[in-house]
Write a new protein. Structure first.
Length: 131
């Protein structure tokens, strides 16, 4: 049994996963989720960690409602009770400024989340695109 197979099977067991593609050469797992899923990035990170792998930066695309709370931009993830803190992507800061003008609107935020040492700790989403 290969490492890619172990990761593939483990990721496919997460509720809401539609498909998985694992490339150990690239050190990359691409997971497509079904509409209405409630899977979280930290859930995937913990699963990979439990299988002996170190999770890295994760590209995400999330739909939800933008809100500004105490001067901080957040995304209330559609269909869940999850709220993600949004921060500027250092490579594309103007998109974050644009996002702050859309508070109260439903949008799709694309960006990156980077795991800390505590995989269950809240991790901000660096905003790189807004749709």
């Amino acid at each position: 049994m290969t490492c890619a197979h172990v990761v593939n099977v483990a990721l496919k067991k997460v509720a809401g996963v539609e498909s998985v593609d694992v490339s150990l050469n690239k050190g990359l797992a691409t997971v497509k989720l079904k509409a209405g899923n409630v899977a979280t990035v930290p859930q995937f990170w913990q699963l990979l960690h439990d299988k002996g792998y170190t999770p890295k930066a994760t590209a995400v695309s999330v739909r939800g409602e933008l809100a500004e709370v105490q001067g901080r931009l957040q995304l209330k993830v559609a269909g869940t009770k999850d709220v993600l803190l949004l921060v500027a992507d250092p490579k594309n800061a103007p998109v974050y400024s644009e996002a702050s003008t859309k508070a109260g609107q439903t949008v799709i935020v694309q960006g990156q989340m980077v795991p800390g040492k505590d995989l269950k700790a809240a991790t901000p989403l660096q905003v790189s695109q807004l749709k």
